[in-house]
Design a protein around this ligand. Structure first.
Ligand code: HMG
Ligand code: MG
Length: 301
């Protein structure tokens, strides 16, 4: 069976947009539960300003509690200060983020795209010297809440730069969940005419309920790394109107049903989603979770 790498971003992308405040014990237990589901790559937190995103404060302590786990625990870093925190904490894997949209980068990290690239080039050099793993995020690839539709050319150019600076993997984000499967198909066709998708991930949000269709369209282009967030939690505080990430359990259900191997237990993920929901003010949006267990095994029929 062909393998797919699945990256669970719930403990960062999922929690960062919630209005609840979460205890460290809760954040640590969420990650432990996800690891027990079979997840091997997780975004465990971020070293951003605690004033901007209080849900991610003390991410150092999350790493300290979990560093002995044999999984890739990655932490989002927005600037030099965040990188210094990552180094002090001893993390082995970081994620840097920029976007195709000038307005979005400005709102998100208060830099121009070029400045973000310069800062990240400097960070990447040092991270590579320290043998850290680097994931690069490129947001708003299919559309921006401030600038609308984005050009494929700028996504290609920025992805090239992210790889050139030393990123091991680049995740392309439909940050506000506006992509249409046809746009996605055309995007990857153009993208692949210039770049390999070997270490490229797709990061879909599910605002219009089209994320699974967009993953299907992406699979046609041989992308084999996908992001998701358990229960469909998430969103970006700087992307008005964006809803949660595509739910991890829906991605696993789709992929396993198509015959790919993810190494992740759907049943355990659903159990984790049920546990997660008991800590939230609002019900989870994941349609698979809402309909489980009745439809859980339909793909096997
Ligand atoms: P700044 O330029 O320092 O300006 O930070 P500021 O006025 O916002 O700074 C406020 C305070 O935060 C200052 O402290 C800074 O020192 C401090 P004060 O002087 O008031 O005591 N500070 C920090 N503290 C700890 N760690 C840091 C750090 N940086 C500054 N790293 C900045 C601007 C953008 C860094 C800050 O506002 C921030 O951290 N914002 C949050 C950014 C964020 O987390 N965005 C969401 C993630 S991106 C995303 O979700 C998209 C993605 O999922 C992909 C997709 O869907 O497309 C990845
Ligand atoms: Mg996101």
């Amino acid at each position: 069976m062909e393998k797919i790498k699945f990256v669970e971003v719930g403990p960062r992308d999922g929690l960062q947009n919630q209005t609840e405040s979460f205890s460290l014990d809760f954040r640590i237990e969420l990650i432990e539960r996800l690891v027990n589901c079979g997840v091997e790559s997780l975004e465990a937190g971020s070293f951003v300003s605690p004033k901007a995103i209080p849900q991610m404060q003390d991410s150092e302590k999350v790493f300290e509690a979990l560093k002995s786990k044999a999984v890739d625990l990655s932490f989002l870093v927005p600037n030099r200060k965040g990188f210094d925190r990552a180094v002090t904490a001893g993390v082995r894997s970081i994620a840097l983020f920029t976007a195709t949209s000038e307005a979005f980068v400005q709102k998100n990290i208060r830099m121009s795209i070029d400045d973000s690239m310069r800062v990240f080039e400097e960070i990447s050099r040092e991270a590579k010297d320290r043998k850290m793993r680097i994931r690069g995020y490129l947001s708003t690839v299919f559309g921006c809440p401030y600038e609308g539709r984005q050009s494929v050319t700028s996504a290609i150019e920025l992805t090239k730069r992210l790889f050139q600076m030393g990123c091991d993997e680049v995740s392309l984000g439909d940050t506000i969940g506006v992509a249409h499967p046809r746009q996605v198909r055309e995007f990857w066709k153009d993208f692949r005419s210039e770049l390999s998708v070997k270490n490229v991930a797709a990061h879909f949000h599910d605002t219009r309920g089209a994320a699974l269709a967009n993953i299907l369209a992406t699979l046609e282009s041989e992308v084999r790394i996908f992001d998701g967030s358990v229960g469909g939690l998430g969103g970006c505080p700087y992307a008005a109107g964006a809803s949660g990430n595509v739910a991890s359990e829906e991605v696993i259900w789709l992929l396993e049903g198509l015959g790919f191997e993810t190494g992740i237990s759907l049943e355990e993920l659903l159990t984790t989603a049920a546990w997660l929901e008991t800590h939230l003010k609002n019900p989870l949006k994941s349609k698979l979770y809402r309909s489980a267990p009745k439809h859980l095994y339909y793909h096997k029929v």
